[in-house]
Design a protein around this ligand. Structure first.
Ligand SMILES: Nc1ncnc2c1ncn2[C@@H]1O[C@H](COP(=O)(O)OP(=O)(O)OP(=O)(O)O)[C@@H](O)[C@H]1O
Ligand SMILES: [Mg+2]
Length: 228
């Protein structure tokens, strides 16, 4: 469902060319729970950003659900961004002036759905991530783990095929991080949503069904694991 073929990506840092991805190919099927691991600077964020249409490639191709992220029609890119992918970030990235409810509901409001439908869907999701009764709180009044739960609900609100999560547990203590992993794993099993996340953390890697290790912009290993 995600097909990455021979992707190269270079950044220019002043005069220096930084080769962030040096020919990455990867095939990800629907329903996978896959972790991308690797040392700092190995290209994890770059790879997630390329899959998520946040960044462009220099060469190679990325296909999502048959639509071209690179070199395709502009409409394909819009369709992928709008409907196929949700994001969870290391630093949660919630909008501080909005409540938990509003942070989750916003994407549906932008679609212009009827209010009753937005409310039902948002409240169900907040319950699913364990935040019943907290819908009225702003991020500053929530713990880190609770903020990340809001972010997971927000990523799921349009029922995407894929959730991309860049170090989703990096700002959480290990216990809270594990709870977020369990939450994502449960959603993966119940809904069949594909999860691709990056991490440094061995505990997080242990939750993955499949582990890809990046090193200097290349995939160094790719193994199936027993599900946690
Ligand atoms: N916008 C940019 N400009 C210049 N160089 C960049 C940029 N973004 C990333 N890089 C470089 O590209 C390489 C890969 O970076 P990337 O952020 O993908 O690594 P990472 O594996 O996510 O690292 P970390 O574990 O620290 O988050 C690094 O050498 C980094 O310095
Ligand atoms: Mg990174």
């Amino acid at each position: 469902m995600i097909t990455v073929t021979d992707v190269h990506k270079e950044y220019l840092d002043g005069e220096t060319h930084v080769r962030a991805l040096r020919g990455v190919s990867l095939e990800i099927e629907k329903g996978e729970f896959l972790s991308i691991a690797g040392p700092s600077g190995s290209g994890k964020t770059t790879l997630l950003n390329v899959i998520g249409c946040i960044d462009t490639v220099d060469s190679g191709s990325v296909l999502i659900d048959g639509l071209a992220v690179t070199g395709g029609k502009k409409g394909d890119l819009i369709e992928i961004r709008r409907n196929k992918i949700g994001f969870v970030f290391q630093s949660f990235n919630l909008i501080p002036v909005l409540t938990a409810y509003e942070n989750v509901a916003m994407a549906l409001s932008l679609l212009g759905l009827p209010e009753s439908q937005i409310r039902e869907r948002t409240m169900n999701l907040l319950a699913e991530v364990g935040l019943s009764n907290m819908e009225g709180r702003r991020p500053a009044k929530l713990s880190g783990g609770q903020q990340q739960r809001v972010a997971v609900a927000r990523a799921l609100v349009k029922d995407p095929l894929i959730v991309l999560a860049d170090e989703p547990t990096a700002n959480l203590d290990s216990e809270t991080g594990e709870a977020i992993l369990q939450l994502m794993k449960g959603i993966n099993q119940r809904r069949g949503t594909t999860f691709v996340f990056s991490t440094h953390d061995q505990m997080v890697m242990d939750y993955a069904d499949r582990l890809c290790r990046l090193h200097d912009g290349l995939i160094e290993s790719d193994e199936l694991r027993r599900s946690a």
